[in-house]
Design a protein around this ligand. Structure first.
Ligand SMILES: NC(=O)c1ccc[n+]([C@@H]2O[C@H](COP(=O)([O-])OP(=O)(O)OC[C@H]3O[C@@H](n4cnc5c(N)ncnc54)[C@H](OP(=O)(O)O)[C@@H]3O)[C@@H](O)[C@H]2O)c1
Length: 359
């Protein structure tokens, strides 16, 4: 029998998830809930969901195996509580929460209820991200010391839209969380973070850069923007090899692995070879040759299925059927640590948040 999903919310991300489920293993969205009955019906009709209901409460009461929560971040805790109180395994959209206190409260509620709960950090479940994690676990990358990633896409500012909304928008919460989470996957959870940001008219960070220290001692730099474009790539540098994940880092399918080749030193001895190498003639030649030199390393191609959103659903199914209450790939404590680091980062630029689920 197919694994049955209820979907809370009918926004653009819920739609992507419903489409993604088509490529998941034996899964189906059987109920969708909206605050507006017409919206629920339209969503159900266009995506082939059997039942449309007009309250989130009704959806969690339905005969389902898990609930996917795709409502705004400031409602995360309330909607997680709804699922967990009814004993429904919950997949909560990323970011896991808007602040560490909320994230901690969700994780505690899940543990106390003994009900499966996971952040829908869907990128982490793509085949390419799994391969990258496996390379680290097997030691092929050596100790990962530095991870850099950027999620910068220019948007037209929309004060009411989820990205710019004063209540729960911002480049870090919506975008910077992707490279930060991948860095956490490779170097352990962030243990401290600092940041700088440029705030926009709604008060949210529109450009930011977060510098974090991770559990293994490594450093990550996560850049995010709502206003400018930049290559959406990730670089993970280990003592044995460097992985360059091609854009877009949030939905990766290709990376290049190049062995680290430590140099013996900078030279500086003033020998004849060094003089020759530093001559204008030699440097001119090297510049021309650089264009012809093949890129170092080997390409790994690991395509995602469908639109890529279904892999996280496969993980939820696997865990629930195995009787697990957390995913070893995206554990609750790690989701909480990532939100805590984002709190620290925002505090560094003076944009720390309260626990807004209490408002
Ligand atoms: N995985 C990804 O790729 C990705 C990308 C961006 C964002 N996200 C996350 O996914 C979630 C959904 O993102 P989205 O862009 O689809 O969000 P959104 O459009 O702001 O809201 C999603 C839905 O939540 C419901 N909702 C319930 N209470 C609401 C309220 N007070 N205000 C507005 N909507 C409310 C609405 O559905 P009904 O009115 O039909 O009930 C709405 O359509 C967010 O938490 C976001 O952080 C994920």
């Amino acid at each position: 029998m197919a694994f049955r999903w209820a979907i809370l919310g009918t926004g653009p991300v819920a739609r992507k998830f419903a489409l993604g489920l088509r490529a998941a293993q034996d899964a189906a969205a059987v109920v969708v809930a909206s605050r507006d009955p017409a919206r629920a019906r339209a969503f159900a009709a266009s995506l082939g969901v059997a039942r449309a209901v007009d309250s989130y409460e009704e959806a969690v009461e339905a005969e389902v195996d898990a609930v996917y929560v795709a409502t705004p971040v400031h409602l995360r805790r309330a909607h997680a509580a709804l699922c967990l109180a009814r004993g429904r395994p919950a997949l909560l959209e990323k970011p896991f929460a808007g602040a560490a206190a909320e994230a901690e409260a969700i994780a505690t509620a899940a543990r106390e209820a003994g009900v499966f709960c996971m952040e829908g950090m869907w990128t982490r479940f793509t085949p390419l991200a799994r391969r990258l994690a496996a390379l680290r676990e097997e030691g092929a990358l050596g100790a990962v010391r530095l991870v850099e990633g950027a999620f910068c896409v220019a948007e037209r500012p929309d004060p009411a839209g989820s990205l710019f909304r004063a209540q729960d928008g911002g480049a870090l919460l919506h975008r910077g969380v992707y490279p930060l989470s991948l860095a956490s996957m490779l170097m352990g959870p962030p243990v401290s973070a600092t940041a700088t940001a440029t705030l926009g008219e709604t008060g949210v960070d529109e450009d930011c850069a977060v510098l974090a220290r991770h559990a293994n001692g490594g450093i990550s730099v996560s850049r995010a923007s709502l206003r400018v474009d930049a290559p959406l790539e990730l670089l993970a540098a280990g003592e044995r090899a460097t992985a360059r994940v091609s854009a877009p880092l949030y939905r990766p399918s290709r990376m290049r692995i190049a062995k680290t080749a430590p140099r013996r030193g900078m030279g500086g001895g003033g020998g004849r070879l060094e003089k020759l190498r530093e001559s204008g003639l030699a440097q001119g030649l090297l510049q021309r040759l650089a264009a012809l030199r093949p890129e170092r390393g080997a390409t790994v191609f690991a395509p995602f299925a469908g639109n890529g959103y279904g892999h996280q659903a496969d993980e939820v199914r696997r865990c629930v059927e195995a009787g697990l209450t957390e995913s070893p790939v995206m554990p609750l404590a790690e989701s909480v640590a990532i939100i805590a680091a984002m709190d620290q980062a925002r505090a560094a630029w003076g944009g720390g948040r309260d626990d807004h689920s209490k408002r």
